[in-house]
Design a protein around this ligand. Structure first.
Ligand SMILES: N[C@@H](CCC(=O)N[C@@H](CS)C(=O)NCC(=O)O)C(=O)O
Length: 194
């Protein structure tokens, strides 16, 4: 969803292809069997959400989605991209796939893994909440690919955390600003209806 949002903001033509995790079709372009995977018209393939978003921002500087110029602005973009890849995204795995985190097949063991995931996600959302205090967007004062990256994870947290987004009003505000965008609504209509 995040690269599709970035592409909508850029206004570049693209084709979204529905694939199954680990499917033959997906494994042919990404040995991890995971999304997102970007394929350019000349056959060049790029995986990893953070890299794809960075590539799209650099390929389309006119869209100003990279978060600013200069070593510090670029470092901030890398910092928040790494935060979403390694800290936030990874914190959801015990919730989505508890069976990968315990060899105990019992319901109680799996539920304990899910609850540990809730705590991990809550810890990272507290960091994001503090960062957003007094800010409209994650980088500088305008939207960037990092906001697109955050958006699906904010939706997951809203649905999966026991208290939803209620402890994170700044994160809720960011969510609402992004969700109101027409390009984002296009992506949501396509990717949440089937
Ligand atoms: N580090 C990768 C993780 C990609 C990833 O795990 N994507 C999930 C969907 S959000 C997936 O395809 N999971 C399938 C699986 O793990 O089997 C990235 O940031 O692109």
């Amino acid at each position: 969803m995040a690269p599709h949002i970035a592409l909508e903001w850029i206004g570049a033509p693209y084709e979204a292809i529905k694939v199954g995790y680990g499917s033959k079709e997906l494994l042919a372009v990404n040995p991890a069997g995971a999304v997102p995977t970007l394929r350019e018209d000349d056959g060049w393939i790029l995986t990893q959400a953070g890299a794809i978003l960075d590539y799209l921002a650099r390929k389309h500087p006119e869209a100003a989605l990279g978060g600013g110029d200069g070593p510090r602005a670029e470092a901030e973009a890398h910092r928040w991209s790494a935060f979403f890849t390694s800290d936030v995204h990874a914190a959801f795995w015990p919730i989505f796939m508890p069976y990968r985190y315990t060899t105990d097949e019992g319901d109680a063991a799996r539920q304990a893994v899910v609850e540990a995931g809730h705590k991990l996600v809550a810890k990272q959302f507290a960091v994001l909440e503090r960062h957003l205090d007094g800010r409209q967007y994650i980088l500088e004062d305008r939207r960037s690919v990092i906001d697109a990256y955050a958006f699906p994870m904010i939706r997951w947290a809203g649905k999966l955390l026991p208290g939803g987004l209620s402890p994170y009003p700044n994160v809720q505000g960011l969510h609402d600003r992004i969700a109101a965008d027409p390009g984002v609504r296009t992506v949501l209509a396509r990717e949440t209806s089937n």
